[in-house]
Ligand binder design. Structure first.
Ligand code: SF4
Ligand code: SF4
Length: 227
């Protein structure tokens, strides 16, 4: 989810790296499902999230679209997000005991909460959104441990590249090409990064970077797109 965060009022004002300790512990979220319902379209899913979901649930992206996720237009580009279901607007992965049924491979935005990410000059920082979770009266934890992402440095390099791609499309490309070109581009983008499955036999990042080269080739060859 891309949102403008007022660092002064919505965070503790500090920029963190994965090695920093932050007061995030919330008693294992017992009795609270605050960030698993009413989230609207905000829990967007990137290719890494989708590769984890499809591999661990042994399903395709199309199967996830049948009740687990949905597609939405976001500043000119079609992106998937977790679907909130029922009149309670609850994530379909929340079980009847109020726990995440996919905890081990839940999307990274779920892992982050209530941290946010800030991208500056091709660098990634974490921010602590102090008003998002009312249960954080426990101790401090290292951000890398909070996230629990294997190979965090490699992941961070990837997510910076993903962020830069989305920013280029949303802030430059989408506004300059014709509606027909944008439609065709969206079809290619969806197929390349989401519909074409990621194989668990090959490193995810290698597969991603191959696809990244292809999409940049399309962007750079668009006749109506001035660089
Ligand atoms: S709002 Fe805080 S305590 Fe509640 S589920 Fe989310 S992270 Fe856990
Ligand atoms: S995937 Fe899990 S942690 Fe994320 S919103 Fe759904 S139930 Fe909550």
């Amino acid at each position: 989810m891309r949102k403008n965060v007022d660092l002064e009022t919505m965070t503790d004002g500090k920029l963190y790296t994965g090695n920093d300790m932050v007061r995030l512990l919330c008693n294992d979220c017992i009795g609270c499902t605050g960030c698993c319902n009413g989230m609207g379209r905000s829990i967007q899913l990137d290719p890494y999230d989708i590769s984890l979901l499809t591999t661990n649930l042994q399903c395709s992206f199309q199967e996830l679209l049948a009740g687990r996720i949905e597609l939405n237009m976001c500043d000119g580009i079609i992106l998937p997000n977790l679907l909130m279901v029922s009149d309670r607007e609850v994530c379909s992965f929340l079980d009847d005991k109020g726990r995440c049924s996919i905890h081990g491979f839940r999307p990274v935005l779920c892992r982050l909460f209530p941290l946010g990410r800030l991208y500056r000059n091709e660098e990634l920082w974490y921010v602590h959104q102090i008003n998002e979770c009312g249960m954080q009266n426990g101790g401090k934890i290292k951000i890398s441990k909070w996230l629990g992402i294997e190979g965090l440095k490699e992941y961070e390099k990837y997510i910076i590249q993903w962020h830069m791609l989305l920013a280029k499309i949303q802030k430059e490309y989408a506004g300059k090409v014709s509606p027909e070109e944008l439609r065709a581009f969206n079809m290619q983008f969806l197929k390349l990064f989401y519909l074409d499955s990621y194989t668990s036999d090959v490193n995810f990042y290698a597969q991603f970077y191959n696809r990244l080269k292809i999409i940049y080739k399309t962007i750079n060859s668009a006749a109506s797109f001035e660089h």
